[in-house]
Ligand binder design. Structure first.
Ligand code: AMP
Length: 215
């Protein structure tokens, strides 16, 4: 049987969000994206959203205390279902806190997918990314154009550029990834459940490779 408790880690723009949605659908598990949850909170101007907004706009990480609260609430909602966590953990304290929370629930992580992409490919990809603010669908002007320019294929809403997809912010997010998230990758490599996947190629090819390594 395929793994049911997964993490997907990769630099911003590695395609981890796109792949997480597809893998969740294939395996019938829940996709949980901390970036999507935070963007929704910012849009709704909830207490969490108001606290997170300025960090996100600068491409910085939202403080660990806020993230721990968020992830604990989300795990509670899952109620024993399988899941793929996308965008969490991003720091060593987050990884350690997750281990503790899962232990308490009698759960553990089956596999940690690491999506590898060259940083310059990422800058190009992210500055061409367009997203749907309504249903969170993701497009790319180079590789995955919407059928009608500027409109979401799924729900017809006007597509936008994410405020943290400008070149300067993208470079900052890559730096943050190297400094704070690379140690998380080492943490899971040492535990022995890291599975690297090359994140260059078509979306379908990468999904097929992920499903193959999960078998
Ligand atoms: P993403 O969509 O995963 O690239 O996340 C967008 C932004 O949300 C990040 O640049 C951070 O500001 C924030 N964020 C998402 N997940 C986390 C996390 N686990 N820890 C801290 N900040 C996060």
């Amino acid at each position: 049987m395929a793994a049911k408790h997964l993490l997907i880690i990769g630099p911003p723009g590695s395609g981890k969000g796109t792949q997480a949605v597809r893998v969740a659908e294939e395996l019938g598990i829940k996709h949980l994206s901390t970036g999507d949850i935070l963007r929704e909170a910012v849009k709704e101007e909830t207490e969490l959203g108001l606290k997170a907004k300025s960090f996100m706009e600068q491409g910085a990480l939202v403080p660990d205390e806020l993230m721990l609260e968020l992830i604990a609430t989300e795990l509670d909602k899952l109620d024993g279902k399988g899941w793929i966590l996308d965008g969490y953990p991003r720091t060593l304290p987050q990884a350690e806190a997750l281990e503790k929370m899962l232990d308490e629930r009698g759960e553990s992580i089956d596999k940690v997918l690491l999506i590898d992409v060259d940083p310059e490919v990422i800058v190009k990809r992210l500055t061409s990314r367009r997203v749907c603010p309504s249903c969170n669908a993701v497009y790319n002007l180079e590789t995955l154009k919407p059928k009608v320019e500027g409109k979401c294929d799924r729900c017809g809403a006007e597509l936008i550029i994410r405020p943290d997809d400008t070149e300067e912010t993208v470079r900052n997010r890559l730096k943050v990834y190297e400094e704070q998230t690379a140690p998380v990758v080492e943490f899971y490599r040492n535990k022995g459940n890291l599975v690297p996947v090359k994140g260059e190629g078509s979306i379908e090819e990468i999904t097929a490779e992920i499903l193959r390594v999960l078998e």
